[in-house]
Design a protein around this ligand. Sequence first.
Ligand SMILES: Nc1ncnc2c1ncn2[C@@H]1O[C@H](COP(=O)(O)OP(=O)(O)OP(=O)(O)O)[C@@H](O)[C@H]1O
Ligand SMILES: [Mg+2]
Length: 219
Amino acid sequence: MRTIAVIARKGGSGKSTVALHVALAAQLRGRKVLVADTDAQRTATHVLKGRRAAGPELAETSGAKLFALQVQAVKAGVDLMVVDTPAVVEEEISYAIVAADLCLLVIRPTFVDLAAAIQTASIVRRLRKPALVVLNQAPPARTGVETPSVKRALEALLLLRLPVIPTLLRARLSYQTAFESGRSAEELDPPGEAGREMGELWTFVEGFLFGRQAAERAG
Ligand SMILES: Nc1ncnc2c1ncn2[C@@H]1O[C@H](COP(=O)(O)OP(=O)(O)OP(=O)(O)O)[C@@H](O)[C@H]1O
Ligand SMILES: [Mg+2]
């Protein structure tokens, strides 16, 4: 089993959106998935409870209980645990990072998110965990050229030595509306752009987490 912690010291950057979309993308592609909601707001829980179709397992939990949950999940044959975290409670974020094989740092291409990324990066480095940035809510590229805000964000993340997943998540209404029925944007419109970008993003993350095993499944 592998564990992903989805983190950001900035509220509203898209942690719950990314956590649930990664979990649902993995599940759609045959992985057995558990979502661990450690945020007292319970956003991930509210969304998954509104779901009619079979979905990932859900645990409403806290950082201190993650290790016990991992032990149970391994016994239950879970392939992937995705931990959604709060923005402000540093203790909860630290627990999730310690439990994780990979941290996904969710950052929007804005000055305030990038300023907060400095703090997030320092916690991840202190705890010596691999981290990848999901650049979220990126405005659409125009004729293949990224907007100045995205270019500046990519330059800043390079200076912070934070690797960015090459597939950016664009600002799309479907990421918001899909949650009304407990689904991902990809499930709402599988052949659409959100489906394509989530598929690409999951393939990248899966390769990072599962390596050769993922390539063998794909081949
Ligand atoms: N790529 C996107 N396109 C459009 N809307 C998005 C996208 N990502 C997130 N949002 C919207 O932004 C808002 C905040 O997202 P979300 O709740 O996932 O953030 P969060 O980081 O988990 O917030 P919190 O810090 O409160 O836990 C939500 O309304 C969500 O639907
Ligand atoms: Mg959240």
